[in-house]
Design a protein around this ligand. Sequence first.
Ligand SMILES: [Ca+2]
Ligand SMILES: [Ca+2]
Length: 184
Amino acid sequence: MELAYPHGYPRPVVSSLDLTGDNTPEIAVSLSELYIFGCRSAQYVPLLKEPLPDIANSCDAPVIEHVLDMNMNGRPEVLVHTYFLPYDLWQVLEWQGDTFRNILSAPGPDEYFQGRAFVHVDTSAGHVELSDTDGDGITELLIYGGFSDNPALIAPDDPWPIAIQTYAWDGSVFSQKSVEYLGN
Ligand SMILES: [Ca+2]
Ligand SMILES: [Ca+2]
């Protein structure tokens, strides 16, 4: 796919990937929202529209960061990253026959972002690693960055502790298996 705007928006980030198992590639495009289009009856139609709240100067468009069949069930997971000050946020979407569903069970920083893994970006941006840390053939999601089990205990001007959160497949969702604190 040729990028219409190679140095900015809009950003078509994925092509030629079959996310739904119909042997036809989906197309993902990040505009102000993230769209995934799939082919239905010879027409590409939106299968996912991932919006952001309308606070334009403190967020970036959601983007697809990785596509990988982490839980090895034959359908790739789509790791969607959203930046929304002061958080980096992630969802793990998998096609469930009629729609993409988030199969990440995560605390979320607030009610709006419930179900998303997050880090607080006061010290540095968060980043992720996909790795089979225990060698069982199933990929874990590792997230590095500022995190707390109890954000209410962190004073507004205090730094967030840096942690590695590990999300592992439990048979039905990716849930938080461990949090290793590395200090501030
Ligand atoms: Ca899968
Ligand atoms: Ca594993």
